[in-house]
Design a protein around this ligand. Structure first.
Ligand SMILES: Cc1cc2nc3c(=O)[nH]c(=O)nc-3n(C[C@H](O)[C@H](O)[C@H](O)COP(=O)(O)OP(=O)(O)OC[C@H]3O[C@@H](n4cnc5c(N)ncnc54)[C@H](O)[C@@H]3O)c2cc1C
Length: 299
């Protein structure tokens, strides 16, 4: 029986593995896609301490190398379900099943996408999902924010401090964010907006050039812009935890910064946990906290 199974090889899961291995626990990381998680979509990370500028892939490679050197095992397998047993857990994947004493679920989250032509092509090269992460690349430039909820309005306000102009595209006739944020947006001279409008396409030959907007279902507007921030929400993928942990109204696992769930021996770390800030640094903090909690649980 393994000591700890970690589900997800993003920064949270990899950090958890590092801490667990340093406590001499047997560790298996199960990852359904590639190692590194969301950060591998970012060509440039400038807010991770210790590296003034590093690509997400390079940072992921460094983290994986460090974890493998510590002796963690990794398998590319998707976890389909987790069952509580008298001695711990059975983790069932698309390839088999594993027994362990504790599970750390570091399942991450996905940014909701628009699902329109050009989106896949320009992600990380014209399309971003995070002003905190990528805003600085657009200093002095003209950008578009897609969305009208709290996160879109916050992104627009943040970008308006560094960008030349910010144009918000909202599908509904009104913004759905808090009134205070709406008022702040209205007072910013370099923010403008269009409502009842949807982005139908991201265009550009080799490099990104702009978007096609459809207003009121009929009027077509081609808008040139330097970058687009899509802020239509995050989508957690926590269904495998449904029967073992409390899931909040937004789909995240309810747990505080100790990462402990209501099922003894099950811990959650990173973007899949209910929290306000979802960044590499906060995922790593959770990775450390969850591993230390799991080690204490096993002891
Ligand atoms: C384009 C982009 C740019 C970003 N730039 C920055 C930045 O500059 N700075 C910053 O701090 N943050 C940035 N972020 C945010 C940051 O990447 C995330 O906050 C961080 O990766 C969260 O880490 P995590 O380990 O919790 O989850 P994730 O990175 O999402 O990793 C979760 C992993 O779990 C795996 N998984 C999920 N379900 C299963 C399952 N059932 N079985 C097996 N594996 C599973 C997924 O495949 C994934 O690899 C960016 C995000 C994106 C998308």
């Amino acid at each position: 029986m393994l000591d700890i199974i970690i589900i997800g090889a993003g920064p949270a899961g990899l950090t958890a593995a590092l801490y667990a291995r340093r406590a001499d626990k047997t560790v298996l990381i199960l990852e359904k896609n590639g190692f590194g998680g969301q950060m591998t979509f970012s060509p440039k990370i400038e807010n991770y301490p210790g590296f003034s500028d590093i690509s997400g892939n390079e940072l992921a490679d460094k983290m994986v190398e460090q974890v493998l050197a510590q002796g963690a095992d990794v398998e590319i397998e998707e976890v389909l379900s987790i069952e509580k047993t008298p001695l711990g857990f059975t983790v069932i994947t698309d390839c088999g099943k594993y027994e362990c004493r504790a599970v750390i679920a570091a399942l991450g989250a996905k940014h909701r996408m628009l699902g329109v032509p050009g989106e896949d092509k320009f992600i990380g090269d014209g399309i971003s999902f995070c002003a905190v992460c990528d805003g600085a690349f657009y200093t002095g430039k003209d950008v578009v924010v897609v969305g009208g909820g709290n996160s879109a309005l916050q992104e627009a306000l943040q970008l308006s401090d560094i960008c030349s102009s910010v144009f918000i595209v909202q599908n509904l006739p009104y913004f759905t964010g808090e009134e205070k944020l709406i008022q702040e947006v209205m007072q910013k001279p370099n923010i403008s907006y269009i409502t009842d409008s949807v982005v139908k396409e991201f265009y550009g030959d080799e490099t990104f050039e702009g978007i096609v907007i459809v207003k009121n279902g009929t009027e077509i507007i081609r808008k040139k812009t330097d970058g687009v921030f899509v802020a239509i929400g995050l989508q957690p993928e926590n269904t495998i935890l449904d029967s073992l942990a409390e899931i909040d109204n937004y789909g995240y696992v309810s747990a505080d910064e100790r990462c402990i769930t209501e099922t003894p021996g099950l811990f959650v770390a990173g973007d899949c946990r209910s929290k306000k800030i979802r960044q590499i640094s906060t995922a790593i903090a959770d990775g450390a906290a969850s591993a230390l909690a799991a080690i204490e649980f096993i002891r």
